[in-house]
Design a protein around this ligand. Structure first.
Ligand SMILES: C[S@@+](CC[C@H](N)C(=O)[O-])C[C@H]1O[C@@H](n2cnc3c(N)ncnc32)[C@H](O)[C@@H]1O
Length: 237
């Protein structure tokens, strides 16, 4: 659906003129409408959270499959860098689970909490710098962290509107994978699963980092719907 049709479909008639003006100014339609559909549920979004992407729906779908095939329910799960709460909320909806979710952005956490309440789900949201304030152990550690290298060119609509803190990472985009992986063994049950969304050129490097901490562990790279390497699953058996 093109952007104008999208606004016509989702905005009240009296908001349409203002919406079209914002579209001309370069705002993403999802921020103008104020919500998105993600994996079958409606989530509020604004400029404090990343707009959840289709690729992340595939991360959720594959994680559900891995969990059901390899782990015992009820699953204890943590979502690192929850943003709008998209991953935590959809996993909670589809898995018998207890879910914690953290973010470093309090403004993002406010939106995530609102989204969980709107969907009648109980999720424990709190502020943490990745695993820094996390005490527990989990069956599943999942994250779609910021992974864009600071010198990578990205679309203006993303760069000018979505929060930089949700997009960029140091160390060629690998900063947060390293940060999570170096502490993950202290927070992962056995059996346990780490599920990452990754940039399409990062698979080999992240796999190499993961294999330093998870020896003799099944580390799988999986593809998105367009055939690109976009996910890593580490199954710690
Ligand atoms: C790529 S966005 C993903 C948001 C959401 N999980 C999704 O998939 O749509 C990354 C998220 O990580 C958060 N973040 C960035 N640095 C962080 C840190 N050091 N600790 C925790 N969260 C962080 C950002 O605020 C943002 O919400």
């Amino acid at each position: 659906m093109d952007n104008i049709k999208y606004l016509e479909k989702y905005l009240e008639k009296d908001k349409l003129k203002e919406g079209l003006e914002k579209l001309k100014q370069g705002l993403p339609v999802q921020y103008i409408v104020g919500n998105v559909n993600f994996y079958g549920i409606t989530l509020k979004v604004n400029e404090n959270v990343l707009i959840p992407r289709f690729e992340t729906e595939t991360l959720v779908e594959k994680t559900i499959k891995y969990a059901k095939e390899n782990l015992k329910e009820p699953y204890k799960i943590i979502d690192l860098g929850t943003g709008s709460g998209a991953i935590a909320i959809t996993l909670k909806k589809h898995l018998n689970s207890q879910i914690d979710a953290i973010d470093i952005s309090e403004k993002a956490l406010d939106i995530a909490k609102e989204n969980a309440i709107n969907n009648n789900l109980i999720i424990n949201f709190y502020k943490s710098n990745m695993l820094e304030n996390v005490k527990d152990k989990y069956d599943v550690i999942i994250s779609n962290p910021p992974y864009i290298s600071k010198n990578e060119k990205i679309d203006d609509i993303v760069k000018n509107n979505e929060p930089a803190i949700a997009l960029y990472a140091d160390d060629n985009g690998l900063e947060y994978y390293k940060k999570i992986l170096e502490k993950a063994t202290d927070h992962l049950n056995k059996p346990g699963l780490i599920a990452f969304e990754i940039g399409m050129t990062q698979a080999k490097k992240i796999k190499d980092i993961a294999s330093k901490y998870f020896k003799q562990t099944n580390i799988k790279v999986e593809k998105d719907l367009t055939g690109k390497d976009r996910y890593i699953f580490i199954l710690n058996k």
